[in-house]
Write a protein that binds this ligand. Structure first.
Ligand SMILES: NC(=O)C1=CN([C@@H]2O[C@H](COP(=O)(O)OP(=O)(O)OC[C@H]3O[C@@H](n4cnc5c(N)ncnc54)[C@H](OP(=O)(O)O)[C@@H]3O)[C@@H](O)[C@H]2O)[C@@H](O)CC1
Ligand SMILES: Nc1ncnc2c1ncn2[C@@H]1O[C@H](COP(=O)(O)OP(=O)(O)O)[C@@H](O)[C@H]1O
Ligand SMILES: [K+]
Length: 523
């Protein structure tokens, strides 16, 4: 599992070492790691000698890291320039930089644009203006410099610890920000690099160990990797039969939106449900069965299921009524439920943690506005997009449900405040029906995992997850499988566009490779 921390948590872990006089050692480790990454990036394109590097250095230790790193690069034959954003800078680091032969330029209110033009064509620009000590965004000349540089589209930007202007704890972005190709982060990944909009500005994140890792507190965010997915994905055994594998009930689609039913039912079948029972109008059922003949159309009592998926494409009184009935029976039987789209309007006053709501940002804003005690004034889609971590936590806390907030980075919050962040997809997945496919995958995984989550077969406990947080882990697995399937499908089209159907087709490949990857029994 990948962990991420707030800036404060990193600083707290550093403090004992600073108190014992080891601050300079920490900074040297950070600077060395940063320099190494810059060397790797330059070498991938050209020889080191003569490569042009500019470091934008602020007044704090982040600027110090940048200047020390640039001094290492200067000693390796690179032409290094420091743009000092403040009259005060880290004295030892500037000394080291000058001693290594670096050139210094000073940013002032009149020369920001000129300096931007001067360094935009460099091989690498290091953004060391602000780090974890920042309050708010870049100001005045620094803001002007960064805005001009961003417009000039620099060749390669490496952020030192985090892109300046990004909130390390929340991922909120105070524009302007110089968007990084690579972020080299120190001691622990900052939570703001694993949640939007911050993650969208950070590029590829490289973690440099500086010796504080054992002192870090409980992570702010978790991200499942392939090893975790291997451990958590359900696998059939020799004695499995279709009922024991997990039956999913689906109330989706309507006369108007039949496609959502087709996609969610088929995705559930592709994600390994033992059986899918579809509940809906005949017109939609015809489409569902012609795409997925394996599904059953239930006209009255749907019989036993292990989980429900309610809501994709649900429209009109009849179908909302069916979703409401299923929700009631799920509540009574304590079954896990995925609540998506149309069904988000029929939530009970308090949901259990095994109910997983799957809104996109607009739906989450509507949901929060409808809650009696949000304390938020008219939350908009833009609010959710600029502070997704804050709002997904709030929604989980206030509804009692697990909440999966869809986006380029998908966040899953459990009501206890534990949050997972997954980001394996591609922007081509922002296409109609993509969320219906996610609903189907999640429903199928819940139906298959229900037993193991409740009884815990060891995999969840081994990750240190408390019972109520395990539903969030299942949702994170679904988000990861969905993202990987989208990326795999797009790769099949040479990185080209996708349909939701193409995502679905890739799901069994993704699950197959993740479950087989570490299988010791496989020849
Ligand atoms: N601790 C360690 O040993 C290690 C730390 N490490 C590194 O240190 C970084 C943290 O360093 P830091 O604490 O000096 O904070 P940093 O972000 O560089 O600068 C803050 C300064 O800028 C100012 N300022 C604040 N907001 C501002 C704004 N919006 N616009 C303009 N200015 C603003 C503020 O001054 P003030 O405004 O209060 O006068 C303050 O002095 C961390 O990210 C990592 O890179 C690593 O080397 C590992 C070892
Ligand atoms: N830019 C993006 N990059 C990666 N995935 C994305 C992006 N935008 C959306 N997605 C994913 O696509 C899906 C869209 O879901 P949703 O908005 O509910 O679509 P629909 O209602 O049309 O099915 C979500 O799973 C979301 O995480
Ligand atoms: K920075």
């Amino acid at each position: 599992m990948i962990s991420a921390f707030t800036g404060q948590q990193i600083r707290d872990a550093e403090q004992p070492l600073l108190d014992s006089g080891e601050g300079a050692v920490l900074m040297q480790r950070a600077a060395y790691g940063l320099a190494q990454e810059v060397v790797r990036l330059v070498k991938a394109k050209r020889k080191l000698r003569g490569a042009c590097i500019t470091v934008l250095a602020g007044k704090g230790n982040n600027g110090g890291d940048g200047l020390f790193a640039a001094s290492i690069l200067a000693r390796r034959g690179m032409r290094t320039t420091a743009v000092l954003a403040s009259a005060e800078v880290h004295t030892e680091a500037l000394g080291a930089f000058l001693a290594a032969g670096g050139r210094v330029l000073r940013l002032d209110p009149g020369n920001a644009e000129e300096l931007a033009v001067l360094c935009a064509g460099d091989d690498v620009i290091i953004d060391a203006l602000l780090g974890t000590g920042a309050r708010g965004g870049l100001r005045e000349a620094s803001a002007e410099l960064v805005a001009s540089l961003q417009e000039l589209k620099p060749r390669c930007v490496v952020a030192c610890d985090l892109p300046s202007g990004l909130d390390a704890a929340t991922g909120e972005v105070h524009w302007p920000v110089l968007e990084a190709d690579v972020t080299v982060t120190f001691g622990g990944i900052k939570a703001g690099l694993m949640t939007d909009p911050g993650e969208g500005c950070a590029g590829h994140v490289v973690l440099v160990q500086i010796g504080i890792e054992d002192s870090l507190d409980t992570p702010e965010l978790h991200r499942l990797d392939a090893t975790d997915l291997h451990a958590l994905l359900p696998k059939p055994g020799r004695r499995s039969h279709k009922y024991s594998r997990g039956v999913l009930g689906v109330v989706a689609g309507s006369a108007r939106f039949a496609g959502a039913a087709v996609l969610s039912v088929h995705a559930a079948a592709m994600a390994g449900a033992g059986m899918v029972r579809y509940v809906g109008p005949e017109s939609a059922a015809r489409h569902v069965l012609s795409r997925t003949p394996e599904a059953l159309w239930e006209t009255d009592d749907p019989g036993r299921v292990q989980a429900w998926l309610l809501g994709p494409g649900v429209d009109g009184e009849d179908q909302l009524g069916r979703a409401g009935d299923a929700a009631q029976s799920a509540l009574a039987a304590e079954l896990p439920v995925v609540v998506d789209a149309g069904a988000l309007s029929i939530l009970p006053e308090r949901c259990p943690a095994h109910w997983i709501l799957t809104p996109h940002a607009g739906e989450l804003a509507t949901l929060l506005a409808a809650l009696p005690s949000t304390g938020e004034v008219a939350v908009t889609r833009e609010d959710v997009e600029s502070r997704p971590l804050h709002f997904v936590r709030k929604a989980a806390e206030q509804t009692g449900a697990t909440v999966l907030l869809k986006g380029a980075t998908t966040l899953v919050a459990s009501p206890s405040g534990v949050v997972f962040s997954q980001s394996e997809g591609t922007a081509w997945m922002a296409t109609a029906g993509s969320g219906d496919v996610l609903g189907g995958i999640l429903g199928a995984l819940l139906a298959q995992s229900e037993d193991s989550v409740r009884d815990d077969d060891g995999a969840y406990a081994a990750m240190g997850l408390k019972p109520d947080d395990r539903w969030a882990a299942v949702a994170a697995v679904a988000a990861s499988v969905h993202g990987r399937a989208g990326s795999m499908a797009s790769e099949d089209f040479n990185g080209g566009p996708l349909t939701a159907s193409a995502i679905m087709t890739a799901v069994p490949h993704v699950i197959g490779s993740l479950t087989a990857e570490y299988d010791p029994a496989r020849p």
